[in-house]
Design a protein around this ligand. Structure first.
Ligand SMILES: [Zn+2]
Length: 71
């Protein structure tokens, strides 16, 4: 199964996020195992909004987190 339309049909079966045990928000991704709000599971520190350095929408690739946007 690829990433296209057929796989999107699975999106309604289980919640992708559940309550985070660090920040308490409903932002902890169950499959990716990190919190979208505080970064729990990905960072030891609380995620800060200012960490964003992207100049384009998140496209699902982790490489995005490793590179700073060119000035
Ligand atoms: Zn959290």
């Amino acid at each position: 199964m690829g990433k296209g339309t057929p796989s999107k049909g699975k999106k309604n079966k289980a919640a992708s996020h559940k309550t985070c045990r660090r920040c308490g928000k409903h932002s902890y991704h169950r499959r990716k195992r990190f919190c979208a709000s505080c970064g729990f599971g990905r960072t030891a520190k609380l995620r800060q909004p200012s960490w964003r350095n992207r100049n384009r929408p998140f496209n699902g690739q982790k490489s995005f987190y490793r590179h700073k946007a060119k000035a």
